[in-house]
Design a protein around this ligand. Structure first.
Ligand code: BGC
Length: 749
C-alpha cells in the first residue's frame, strides 16, 4: 500500500463501526461481482450504452415546477428515455424543490417503468445535489454549508450532517448524492469556495471522510444511506483568475501534494462515485484527461466505483474547449479518458454517438463493459435491484426535531468570533439594539446556493418558521428592544441616513453585511472587497460612536479591512444554514459560547492572498503572512492556557511513532470548547517546505478551571511530502511541532 493511503486510512478506519462485518462485506462484494457479470452477459450494446447515459429531469418534463406552478413529468418522453434509450440515470429538479410525496410519485413512476417495462428490469439511479441537506425536498434539514461545517473543526458534526442528509435524501426516494466537494478552497475569489471544507488538506480530508462515513456507513444498501460522489476531480478549485470554470495551472507535484489527497481519502472512505472537474488543468480539460482519470484515479488509487461527467461537459469538449472537432469525437475522447457515465443532460446525443463509435470500432467493447460493470456494481450495492422504490416509513423522521436540534448544534459550533474589543460581547439582554444591513432579515443569505433552488435566491420559498438574524434577536430580547432599518441593499444605499439616526438612539448596533446567494459561475466576481454601499453604511454607523457588532454572512471572505478597526465585535457566520439566525443570536447574547475556528485564511488585502502554509520565500525580504485573521483562528468567551508540551523522544526512526502531549486548561469563568491544533514544520527539505502544516486537531469541552491532557500521534506519513520525482517521500532531518505558542523540536534519523 502506498504510504499516503495508509496515512489517511489509519486516521479514519478506527471510526468505522461496522453495520456489516468484514466477512459479510466480502461475501456481499463477491456476490455482487457475480450478479454484475451475469447481467452484463445478457445485455445488448444498446442497453449498455444506455446505462452510461444520464439525463436531467428537465428532459422528461412537460411543465417546469416553479413557485406558482406544479411540475409535471412528460410520460411519453420518460418512457422513451427508459425504454428506447435505456438510460441508466436521471438527475436534478426542474426547477424548485418538490414535496417529499411528489418525489415518491416521480421515483415510483420511473422505477415502475424500468422494473416492469424493460427487458432486464435494471433500476434507474436517481442523483441529486443534496449539498448541505436535502436541497431539493421541501422542508428538508438544511445544514451549514461545507465551509461552515469545516469551521466547527468537529468531525462528529460532519458525520452527523452526512447521516441526516443521507436519511432525508433516501427518504425522498433518492439514493445518490453528488456530494461531498473534496476540492480544497485555496482560491478565495472562487464562487464555490463555500462548497469546500477550506484551504487545508488535512482538515478537508478529515471533514470529508467523516461526512462520507456518516452518509454511507459501510453499507450503502442500508435503507437510510446513500452513495456519495467525490467532486470535482481534480484541480477545479484553483482557477488562477478566480472565476469559476477557468483554467488552473497545477503541476503534477503540486496536484499530488495539495489537490489529490482529499480525493484519495474519499476513495478510501468508500465513496463509490466521482464527478469530473468541469474546467481544465494545464490545458487539458478534466473530461479529456486520461492520465488523471484512468492512470491515477482508477489504476493508482484503485477506485472501483464509476466516474460521472459534470453537466454537459462532454459536449463542451467540442463547443467550449475546442478540443474535439465534432460532438462525436468529444464522446470518444471522454469515454476513452475514463468517464463511465455522461451527464449529457438534455438529450440522447451521447447515446447515439457512443453507439456509432463502438460499432465502427473507435471505442472498444471492453471499455463499455468496464464502465457498465462499474455502474451496475453501484446499483447492486445500493440494493436497487431488490427494491428501487421509496420507503415511505422514512418520512417519519424527515425534518424531525431531532434533526433540527443537530442542525442548530452544527450552526452554533460553526460561528466564529474574531474580534471582541473591550468584551463588547456577549451583549446584555436589556439593551436597545439597532439591527441593520442587507443580511439581517433574510434566510437565503445564511444558506447560500443549492437551497430550494440552484441559486438559492428565492427568498419567498424559504420556510417562514425559520428565523433570520433579526427574528432570532426579536425572540431573544423582545421586539420592543429592537429597531430594524435596512440601511442598504448588497450594493445600493436604501436608507443609510435613517439607520444612522436610529443608531444614535440605540445602545448598540448589530450590523449584518455580506453577500447575496449564488452558485457556480453566476457567482464569479472581480473584486473580493465588500461592496461600497455596505462599507459606507458601516463607516457611517461607526461614526456615531455607538458600539458596533458586525456579522458577516458570506460564501467567501469579502474584504472588510477598512472598517475592521472601527468595529468592536466581529462574528463570522459564513453560511450557517437554516438555524443560523438562532445560532448567531445565541452567541450574541451569551447563550452559547463560540468555538468555531477559521478553516481558511481571511485576507487583509485583495492581492495579499497568502495561505497559512506559505513557503519561506513568501516571508522573505519584508513580505509577510499578514491576513486579517489567520487559518485556525477564533475567539471564545472563556480563555484557554496551554502548557507542558511534551514529546516521547527527541529522535525517531521512520518506523517509530512520536507521541505528543499537551495540557490545556480553561482558565476563564465559562464552560467552553477549544480546538487543539497541532502543526508540524519540516525545517529543511529537497522541495521547499511550508511554514507549517496542520497534522492533528481535536475539539473538546472544558468546564471552568478544568485541565485536560491531549495526546496526538505522529508517524512517518505525517512527515512525508511529494518529492521532486512526484512520489511521496520522507527525508531525515529536523522537525518542529507547534501547539498554540508552544514548540518542540525532534529529529528523524
Ligand atoms: C455542478 C456540479 C453538480 C452538477 C449537477 C454542475 O453544474 O458543477 O457540482 O453536481 O451540476 O447538478
Amino acid at each position: 500500500m502506498k504510504p499516503f493511503l495508509t496515512f489517511f486510512a489509519c486516521l479514519f478506519f478506527f471510526v468505522f463501526t461496522a453495520a456489516l462485518s468484514v466477512n459479510e462485506q466480502n461475501e456481499k462484494a463477491g456476490l455482487i461481482d457475480k450478479q454484475v457479470k451475469e447481467l452484463l452477459s445478457k445485455m445488448t450494446l444498446e442497453e449498455k450504452v444506455g446505462q452510461m447515459t444520464q439525463i436531467t429531469l428537465q428532459a422528461v418534463s412537460k411543465i417546469q415546477g416553479t413557485k406558482d406552478q406544479a411540475h409535471q413529468i412528460d410520460d411519453a418522453k420518460l418512457e422513451e428515455a427508459i425504454k428506447k434509450y435505456h438510460v441508466g440515470s436521471i438527475l436534478n429538479v426542474y426547477d424548485v424543490a418538490h414535496a417529499i410525496e411528489y418525489w415518491h410519485e416521480i421515483i415510483n413512476k420511473i422505477q415502475n417503468i424500468s422494473k416492469k417495462e424493460t427487458r432486464l428490469g435494471i433500476p434507474i439511479l436517481y442523483g441529486i445535489d443534496a449539498i448541505h441537506g436535502t436541497t431539493y425536498t421541501k422542508g428538508g434539514t438544511l445544514f451549514p454549508q461545507a465551509v461552515s461545517i469545516a469551521a466547527t473543526w468537529n468531525t462528529e458534526i460532519a458525520k452527523q450532517a452526512g447521516e441526516i442528509t443521507a436519511y432525508e435524501t433516501r427518504a425522498s426516494g433518492i439514493p445518490w448524492n453528488f456530494y461531498p466537494v473534496m476540492d480544497i478552497g485555496r482560491q478565495p475569489l472562487w464562487s464555490r469556495l463555500w462548497e469546500t471544507f477550506g484551504e487545508d488538506v488535512y482538515l478537508a480530508s478529515q471533514m470529508g471522510a467523516s461526512y462520507i462515513y456518516g452518509a454511507q456507513g459501510n453499507n450503502i444498501g442500508a435503507e437510510d444511506k446513500v452513495a456519495t460522489c467525490l467532486k470535482h476531480y481534480v484541480g477545479y478549485s484553483y482557477p488562477f483568475n478566480g472565476k469559476d470554470r477557468t483554467p488552473a495551472w497545477i503541476s503534477e507535484r503540486i496536484l499530488r501534494e495539495y489537490f489529490l489527497p482529499t480525493f484519495e481519502t474519499g476513495v478510501l472512505a468508500g465513496a463509490p462515485t466521482v464527478m469530473v472537474n468541469s474546467s481544465e488543468v494545464d490545458g487539458i480539460p478534466g473530461h479529456a484527461n486520461y492520465h488523471l482519470l484512468t492512470e491515477v484515479l482508477k489504476n493508482e488509487l484503485n477506485f472501483k466505483g464509476f466516474v460521472v461527467s459534470d453537466w454537459e461537459d462532454i459536449i463542451r469538449l467540442h463547443t467550449r474547449d475546442k478540443l474535439a472537432e465534432t460532438p462525436k469525437e468529444a464522446v470518444r475522447i471522454a469515454v476513452m479518458a475514463g468517464i463511465d457515465m455522461s451527464m449529457v443532460p438534455y438529450n440522447f446525443s451521447f447515446y447515439d454517438h457512443l453507439l456509432e463509435l463502438v460499432k465502427e470500432g473507435s471505442v472498444p467493447l471492453s471499455r463499455i463493459d468496464e464502465a457498465v460493470t462499474r455502474i451496475l456494481r453501484v446499483k447492486f450495492q445500493l440494493g436497487l435491484f431488490e427494491n428501487p422504490f421509496p420507503n415511505k416509513d422514512l418520512s417519519k423522521k424527515f425534518a424531525s426535531k431531532e434533526f433540527t436540534d443537530a442542525n442548530l448544534n452544527a450552526a452554533r459550533e460553526s460561528i466564529i468570533l474574531t474580534k471582541n474589543e473591550g468584551n463588547i460581547l456577549p451583549l446584555s439582554k436589556n439593551k436597545k439594539v439597532l439591527v441593520t444591513g442587507p443580511t439581517a432579515n433574510m434566510l437565503s443569505v445564511m444558506n447560500g446556493g443549492w437551497t430550494i433552488t440552484w441559486q438559492g435566491n428565492e427568498e419567498t420559498l424559504y420556510p417562514q418558521e425559520k428565523n433570520t438574524v433579526l427574528e432570532a434577536i426579536h425572540n431573544k430580547i423582545g421586539k420592543q428592544n429592537v429597531n430594524y432599518v435596512e440601511g442598504c441593499s448588497f450594493d445600493k444605499d436604501i436608507n443609510t441616513n435613517k439607520a444612522v439616526a436610529n443608531a444614535r438612539n440605540s445602545d448598540v448596533v448589530v450590523l449584518c453585511l455580506g453577500e447575496p446567494t449564488y452558485c457556480e459561475t453566476p457567482g464569479s466576481i472581480f473584486d473580493l472587497t465588500l461592496n461600497k454601499a455596505q462599507l459606507d453604511l458601516a463607516e457611517r454607523i461607526a461614526e456615531t460612536g455607538k458600539p458596533v457588532v458586525l456579522i458577516m454572512l458570506e460564501g467567501r471572505p469579502r474584504l472588510i479591512t477598512s472598517i475592521e478597526p472601527k468595529i468592536e465585535g466581529i462574528v463570522l457566520g459564513f453560511l450557517p444554514g437554516m438555524e443560523g439566525g438562532n445560532a448567531i443570536a445565541d452567541v450574541l447574547f451569551g447563550d452559547y459560547n463560540p468555538n468555531g475556528k477559521l478553516p481558511i485564511t481571511y485576507p487583509r488585502y485583495p492581492n495579499g492572498i497568502t495561505l497559512y502554509d506559505y513557503k519561506p520565500i513568501e516571508k522573505f525580504d519584508g513580505y509577510d503572512y499578514d491576513p486579517l485573521w489567520p487559518f485556525g483562528y477564533g475567539l471564545s468567551y472563556t480563555d484557554f492556557r496551554y502548557s507542558n508540551l511534551k514529546i516521547s523522544a527527541d529522535e525517531i526512526s521512520e518506523s517509530e511513532e512520536l507521541t505528543v502531549t499537551v495540557d490545556v486548561q480553561n482558565v476563564g469563568k465559562l464552560p467552553g470548547k477549544e480546538v487543539v491544533q497541532l502543526y508540524l514544520t519540516d525545517k529543511y527539505g529537497s522541495v521547499t517546505r511550508p511554514n507549517k502544516q496542520l497534522k492533528g486537531f481535536e475539539k473538546i469541552s472544558f468546564n471552568p478551571g478544568e485541565t485536560k491532557t491531549m495526546t496526538f500521534k505522529l508517524n512517518k506519513e505525517h512527515l512525508s511530502f511529494i518529492g521532486q520525482e512526484n512520489k511521496r517521500i520522507v527525508e531525515k532531518g529536523d522537525f518542529e511541532i507547534t501547539v498554540d505558542n508552544l514548540k518542540k523540536k525532534f529529529r528523524l534519523k
